[in-house]
Design a protein around this ligand. Structure first.
Ligand code: UGA
Length: 468
């Protein structure tokens, strides 16, 4: 099938490369000429596993790049819209990019096409897209608007796309549903997984994925409700972690006990310094606004956001209570990205914490495997960027772990111990076993678990992030 994908951000680029891998002919459209030139010349603009392989496999063959949206729409039977929907000041989704894309597509609709929303959009957006296209004089028989929300995570985007838990197709008629079923057939009938160059199956995938057909509005809501629920799970466990800290319980043990209930499940119950990224913070607020507009005050979501904000503040207090004064202290920081496996620092709790520590007068020596260039642009000269964990730790008063990169979970502890001025580790991602850390000579603080000390000093109970 001939597909146009509009927008070459995380979702558009990954979707375009994956559709090409499924055997479709894809035109990836963007209005940023520089980005297009970079893609054409073989650059890979984001850090995403398997993306370089897929781009070099299909670039110039089944995957081409264009700045001409109207022409790309004319040449395609399906147009996926994957442009940004950034938050407005009031927390609503800004749909002006979606609207201008709908307008431009209209000029290319000279035969039947399906316009598919892939961006995260509020319920009713498909109706607006339809209205805009009609206003631009397109015959209603020549198009349908559908919703096909994307559930991929940054860092594992390619495997999430090709090995999804489910594919949601929201349509208000059989004709567009049939087109979307055809596009995903290589996944739902399993032929992709048997093909020679298929991207390898991740651990958890159960094959083949289910395709769920819903109304367009339901599909739009499924996306917002899914992200809001995942954010809620994280805030819930972070709140539980705070209770654990007050009573001296271990949140990891609690998660194990709670998560083995198959009705709850263990995933997305990792306590930490709060969720970040370009999706959860924006989508929780946008869903809240959508609900309000529809007449429902979704106060539960206010609390999800409040707990998330507070989690960063609690971590700041934890650092203070571990180190006493912060002015003039040198702190090694591991991780700047909003999570492991990505170079994205948007709404990163790590960046927020580094900025707060700089304000307190600390000196920061930072290391991140992928996000340093982006972080440098935001944090500037106040931070010393280093080339490894051990270089960051050199002569530091303490080490902070802020991002859950895999490599931070398997450090050479003996080597780390020799680098630090004081063997203090404050772990915002619970990557280590406190007993192991203490046995290796570290004073170790983490989230929702008692602190551990090398000499076995009784652990102080922490209340509101401060020692009681
Ligand atoms: C999220 C969703 O997981 C995807 O399903 C969705 O498609 C995407 O948003 C989107 O709407 O585009 P993403 O933002 O890439 O994906 O990252 P996640 O892996 O969900 O992590 C989000 C944040 O939550 C990170 O800061 C992460 O560190 C934090 N997190 C995640 C926790 O603190 N604990 C957890 O147990 C899981």
């Amino acid at each position: 099938m001939r597909i146009a994908v509009v927008g070459s951000g995380y979702v558009g680029l990954v979707a375009g490369a994956c559709f090409a891998d499924l055997g479709h002919d894809v035109i990836l459209v963007d209005n940023d000429a520089q980005k297009l030139a970079a893609l054409n010349s073989g650059e890979v603009p984001i850090h995403e596993k398997f993306l370089p392989e897929l781009l070099s496999r299909h670039r110039g063959k089944r995957l081409t790049f264009s700045g001409d949206l109207t022409e790309a729409a004319r040449l395609s039977s399906v147009v996926f819209v994957a442009v940004g929907t950034p938050p407005t000041e009031r927390g609503e989704a800004d749909l002006s990019y979606v609207e201008s894309v709908a307008r431009e597509i209209s000029g290319g609709i000279d035969s039947y096409k399906v316009i598919v929303e892939k961006s995260t959009v509020p319920v009713y957006t498909s109706e607006w897209v339809r209205k805009i296209i009609l206003r631009n004089g397109v015959d209603p028989e020549l198009f349908d608007v559908a919703s096909n929300p994307e559930f991929l995570r940054e860092g594992t985007g390619i495997t999430d796309f090709l090995y999804p838990d489910r594919i949601v197709v929201g349509c208000d008629g059989e004709r567009p549903a049939q087109v979307l079923r055809e596009i995903y057939a290589p996944l739902t009938d399993g032929t992709y997984y048997k093909s020679a160059g298929a991207i390898p199956q991740p651990d958890r995938a159960s094959l083949p994925p289910r395709l769920i057909t819903t109304s367009t509005k339901s599909a739009e809501l499924i996306k917002h409700a899914s992200n809001a629920f995942l954010a809620l799970k994280i805030s819930f466990i972070n709140a539980v972690a705070s209770v654990c800290e007050s009573v001296g319980a271990d949140v990891n043990q609690v998660v194990h006990g709670v998560g083995t209930d198959s009705r709850i499940g263990p995933r997305f119950l990792n306590p930490g310094i709060g969720y970040g990224g370009s999706c959860f913070p924006k989508d929780v607020m946008a869903f809240r606004s959508v609900a309000r507009e529809c007449g429902y005050e979704f106060r539960l979501l206010d609390e999800v956001v409040r707990i998330n904000d507070e989690q960063r503040q609690r971590f700041m207090r934890k650092i203070q209570s571990a180190l006493w004064t912060l002015r003039g202290k040198t702190l090694a920081v591991l991780g700047l990205a909003f999570k492991g496996g990505t170079d994205d620092i948007r709404e990163s709790p790590a960046i927020f914490l580094v900025q707060s520590l700089l304000q307190e007068g600390s000196k920061i020596r930072a290391y991140d495997p992928a996000a340093m260039d982006r972080a440098r642009a935001v944090l500037g000269s106040g931070v010393t960027f280093t080339n490894s964990t051990y270089e960051a730790a050199h002569d530091a008063d303490a080490l902070l772990i802020l991002t859950e990169w895999e490599e931070f979970a398997s450090l050479d502890l003996a080597r780390l111990r020799t680098q630090l001025r004081y063997p203090i580790v404050i772990d915002g991602r619970n990557l280590y076993d406190p007993e192991v850390m203490a046995s290796q000579g570290f004073t170790y603080y983490s989230i929702g678990r008692p602190a551990a000390h090398p000499d076995g000093i009784p652990t102080p109970v922490v209340k509101n992030g401060k020692k009681a």
